[in-house]
Design a protein around this ligand. Structure first.
Ligand SMILES: Nc1ncnc2c1ncn2[C@@H]1O[C@H](COP(=O)(O)OP(=O)(O)OP(=O)(O)O)[C@@H](O)[C@H]1O
Ligand SMILES: O=P(O)(O)OC[C@H]1O[C@](O)(CO)[C@@H](O)[C@@H]1O
Ligand SMILES: [Mg+2]
Length: 954
């Protein structure tokens, strides 16, 4: 050991790694930069971040050291001083050691040696320290966050062969570019051979899931395998069915429908003998982690396989089919489920991969049928899939305003459903509706569990109502086509999380299933999820329908309640007594966004079902101030609005202060509104803030007011989801798919696509993730020349590697506001200039096409859910606003009163009402019209990771 000099006379205790570790030295590393590092989300954490590099292999990684201590000026100064002492390009100058001392810890980087960097750490007694390595994209890798007390050794690096060769090219100077192929990741002991399979009915998004799993596994230093033909392939085994996959093998898969690795319904796997063979095949292929993407059946099979594994392997060992060494190595099956099925019938997750794509197909078909039904004044019975689950039928019913739905979860006696259906349809027809749509889930049943078929429904409509009726069975069209934006995102994020999960699992960890809870990707217990799913079937078999419904996710129950209420509109007696009925206004503010019409329709219909009078304020606040544009909404005039884009009641960006707020207050008073629903983006947010502020002067504003965020930019503080953003992503995705196809066919072409979104990079980031764009430039990051140069170099390399032989079109997405100087045409010009003829760059500007035409099924159904919640909020807060209606004194101070003007948002796994005052004062960057915190930053890393983009350290 060389002597350890002290810096600035700091004292420390030196502890050394085992000499065995040091003896394995193969390459020297050196510190290239040293920065101050604040660990995100842990207030007061601090430490140092170190970039280590190995010049020979062009490989970089970071070591971060943090401690729970507030960063002091003293610490910052000391780190800066150490920084200045380092010659960043001469490793010899730091051959000897240096010390970092923060308020709580000493960190000594004694020597940075080939197979591992030795960190020596002396923690303050009460403050254990987290030491971990992160890769060049900032992901925590191999050496997971661990609490250490004395020292930590970054495990040996493994040279991963360059599977995505293009990012390995030496054309870019080694000093500037980390090679993502050479991830150090984990010790060989913890490296895994990760396999993925798809099973059950194919579902749009399965390919995105497989792509994410394969690439994340490779990125993490694992070998990746695909098992072809589902469990059938697993039972058959061998190289034909269990194939190692490379980075390039899944290129372009994001936009493919179905599953490229095949799927099956396997009888053999249902037998123990088949599973025994599957066990052997997995072990023979050396696979030690299996990710199954499938529906309830597939995951039930996976759970059974997991539980039987110890017995299966023992039997194989006993028979002599596997040797001792393999028996010891594979004692535990590391398994994980990603839920892929159009049926959305798996418990513990809000959505399965493919369900929203299927819903989109159904809605599109019903939109088409609507036109012909309307023309002939006919009734149509549309039969949809879903097996024993009514989710598709229910959500399609909400999205298309169907007249009636029949689903397995809500069986009724023949008499009951026939009477109810006929009564609703008759009243609607009497009111002038020319068409009738009934959606029948294929699993619909009556109380005695006998199936209700489309033909049964047809007979009733013909015999009792005399309607000219047709049946349309949508069939496998529902499973076809490319995945919608949400499914591509869900599948990708689930894939990334699944690989993380299998790498983190220990034999003690219960097998996970990757789920989504509102807007958050979460891990759930596979066993639990399977258990609950099974109990739904059992409850139905036992005719315990109430319990079956309770076992479905809460939003299923909520959506069903909403459908029933909205559907009854003003045909049934109102559900509230006279004295509780209100006058509620709705207004659209800002640019048009998909789902605005559905929000108005659902709000008005729900109001009618309760006995409230819904009013629409047409043409925004300027419309109201100038033209008294208040109209009550009648049911028939809103017929068909759900499938229409834009805003039928008009919308504009005027906020109250820009028009006559006194007039607005006057009209609120004249119409005696008891509540206001605003639907819109940042202007709606500002409008709500101004009305809230003006409550002190105008008592007519002392009513509950709620904002449903609706903007393609998704930049409203207090929510992670705005209506219209999904529609926008889908239209942008379709646009990008077409552009990419053109670029790929022409070969060697890059399209720089200009994306809207104001100062929010949300759309560009998500679009990049779901289209497989090479990169996105967003306002939050700006565009550095160094990064642009690096990107151009990488593109050049990648096109160079492709040698014109493969489909090699690329997309670069650029938010219009990412840079004032580096505009879209200029970026394309620079690319052409600097690309050295290696590729051609062109621009594409989708402009307002991004607002989308017909709103997506997700925007329509979420609009309905949020609109009902908004009305419920207004009902619930009446008492509070009444209390303060004449009490100016409290208007400014009372928390409960302030909270009656709120934003209705989805935040991670919660639906939340956040008081506008709190959001405006503390969580908004007014100048940039943005929330202070964006929730999607991590997604950018995933995006980069999945296309092998190299990100320079900031
Ligand atoms: N109880 C079980 N035991 C063993 N294997 C099972 C079990 N249930 C299902 N599987 C396996 O999973 C395969 C797929 O199951 P299933 O046909 O129910 O589709 P799924 O995964 O539910 O997807 P989807 O419903 O979307 O078609 C089956 O063919 C079978 O091989
Ligand atoms: O494609 P298959 O094997 O006929 O199965 C159809 C079934 O698969 C699903 O599409 C998915 O489970 C169900 O909705 C439908 O009942
Ligand atoms: Mg199923």
């Amino acid at each position: 050991m060389p002597g350890i000099p002290s810096i600035n006379g700091e004292s420390y205790t030196a502890l050394y790694a085992s000499t065995a570790e040091l003896a394995q030295t193969t390459v020297d590393f050196y510190v290239t930069t040293l920065d101050f590092f604040v660990k995100e989300q842990t207030s007061g954490s601090e430490g140092g971040i170190f970039w280590l590099t190995n010049p020979e292999y062009n490989f970089w990684f970071k070591v971060a050291v943090t401690a729970d201590a507030p960063p002091t000026a003293d610490v910052r100064a000391r780190i800066a001083q150490i920084n200045s002492q380092l010659d960043l390009h001469d490793w010899r100058s730091i051959q000897s050691s240096f010390t970092l001392k923060t308020t709580n810890i000493h960190v000594l980087i004694e020597r940075l040696r080939g197979t591992g960097a030795v960190l020596q750490v002396t923690p303050d007694e009460d403050n254990p320290i987290e030491v971990y390595a992160v890769d060049p994209l900032g992901n925590v890798i191999g050496f997971s966050a661990a609490t250490v007390n004395s020292f930590a050794v970054i495990p040996p690096f493994t040279y991963v062969p360059p599977l995505h060769v293009s990012s390995l090219s030496t054309a870019t100077p080694a000093s500037r570019r980390p090679a993502t192929d050479l991830m150090p990741n984990m010790s060989s002991a913890s490296r895994r051979n990760v396999a993925v399979m798809t099973s059950g009915g194919d579902a749009p998004g399965m390919n995105a899931n497989v792509r994410a799993i394969i690439r994340t596994a490779i990125f993490s230093g694992c070998k990746a395998f695909a098992i072809y033909e589902g469990y059938e392939g697993l039972v058959a085994g061998g190289k034909k069915f269990i194939r190692e996959m490379g980075w390039e093998d899944v290129r372009g898969w994001l936009c493919h429908g179905g599953t490229n690795i095949g799927t099956a319904r396997s009888q053999r796997f249902r037998e123990r003998e088949g599973r025994l063979q599957a066990c052997k095949n997995l072990i023979d292929a050396g696979i030690d982690a299996l990710i199954v993407c499938g529906g309830d059946g597939s995951l039930t099979g996976a759970d059974l396989f997991r539980s039987e594994w110890p017995e299966l392997i023992k039997e194989l060992h006993h028979r002599g089919d596997i040797l001792e060494e393999k028996f010891a190595k594979h004692k535990h099956l590391n398994i994980c489920g990603t839920v892929g099925s159009i049926d959305n019938d798996m418990a513990s997750t809000d959505a399965t991969i493919g369900a929203f794509s299927s819903l989109a197909r159904i809605c599109q078909a019903i939109d088409y049928i609507d036109a012909t039904a309307n023309s002939h004044s006919r009734a149509f019975i549309v039969e949809v899939m879903g097996r024993h689950c009514g989710w598709l039928a229910l959500m399609a019913g909400i999205a298309t305003c169907a007249d009636y739905i029949l689903i397995p979860e809500k069986p009724a006696s023949s008499q009951e459903w026939q009477d109810q259906m006929c009564s609703i349809i008759k009243k609607r027809r009497d009111r002038g509706r020319r068409k009738t749509i009934v959606i029948v889930a294929e699993g619909a049943i009556a109380l005695d569990l006998s199936p209700i078929t489309s033909k049964d429904v047809l007979d009733v409509l013909v015999d009792r109502l005399g309607l000219d009726t047709r049946i349309t069975t949508l069939g496998h069209v529902q499973r076809g086509g490319t995945a919608v934006a949400f499914d591509r995102m869900l599948a990708t994020m689930q894939g990334v999380e699944a690989v993380k999960a299998v790498l983190e699992c220990t034999p003690e960890t219960p097998s996970p299933m990757i789920a989504i809870d509102e807007n958050k990707i979460v891990r759930r217990s596979l066993m639990e999820a399977v258990k609950i799913t099974k109990s739904v079937a059992t409850a139905i078999e036992n005719k315990d329908f109430k319990h079956a419904m309770e076992l479905r996710d809460t939003d299923f129950v909520e959506n069903l309640g909403n459908f029933m209420a909205i559907n009854s509109a003003n045909h049934n007696p109102a559900s509230l007594p006279e004295e509780k009925r209100l006058k509620i206004a709705i207004i659209n503010v800002g640019a048009p966004a998909g789902g605005m019409n559905s929000a108005v329709y659902s709000m008005a219909s729900y109001c009618m079902s309760r006995g409230h009078v819904p009013y629409a304020i047409h043409n925004g606040f300027s419309g109201l101030a100038r033209h008294e544009s208040v109209r009550s909404l009648d049911w028939l005039s809103m017929d068909g609005w759900n499938s229409m884009g834009g805003s039928e009641i008009g919308t504009n960006r005027t906020i109250p202060s820009e028009t006559d707020i006194g007039m607005i207050a006057y009209y609120f008073s004249k119409y005696q509104f008891d509540g206001l629903v605003l639907v819109g983006g940042f202007e709606a947010f500002e409008s709500l803030q101004q009305l809230e502020k003006a409550r002190i002067d105008y008592s007519s504003f002392r009513i509950p007011m709620v904002l449903i965020p609706a903007t393609i930019s998704n930049n409203v503080p207090g929510t992670e989801y705005s209506l219209g953003s999904d529609t926008c992503l889908n239209s942008l995705m379709d646009y990008c798919d077409v552009i990419k196809q053109s670029a790929s066919s022409t070969r060697d072409r890059v399209f720089v696509v200009e994306i809207q979104g104001g100062n929010s990079g949300y759309i560009a980031t998500y679009a990049s993730l779901i289209t497989g764009a090479y990169c996105s430039y967003v306002p939050e990051e700006g565009i550095s020349l160094a990064q642009l140069e690096c990107d151009i170099d990488m593109l050049k390399d990648q096109f160079g590697e492709a040698h014109d032989l493969t489909r090699s079109g690329k997309l670069v997405l650029k938010s219009a506001n990412a840079s004032k100087v580096l505009t879209t045409p200029i970026i394309a010009k620079i690319m052409n200039e600097e690309g050295g003829g290696g590729f051609e760059a062109k621009t594409a500007v989708p402009g307002h096409v991004q607002q989308g035409g017909i709103p997506s099924a997700m925007d329509r159904t979420r609009a309905a859910r949020l609109a009902v919640k908004a009305v419920q909020f207004i009902e619930e807060r009446q008492e509070v606003t009444n209390k303060y209606r004449n009490d100016v004194e409290f208007v400014n101070d009372e928390e409960e009163f302030k909270a009656t003007a709120s934003v209705l948002g989805i935040i991670r796994s919660h639906i939340r009402f956040s008081p506008i005052r709190k959001l405006y004062d503390y969580e908004t960057e007014l100048g940039r019209r943005m929330p202070k915190r964006v929730f999607w930053s991590d997604l950018r890393k995933v995006s980069d990771q999945l296309v092998g983009r190299v990100r320079l350290p900031e």
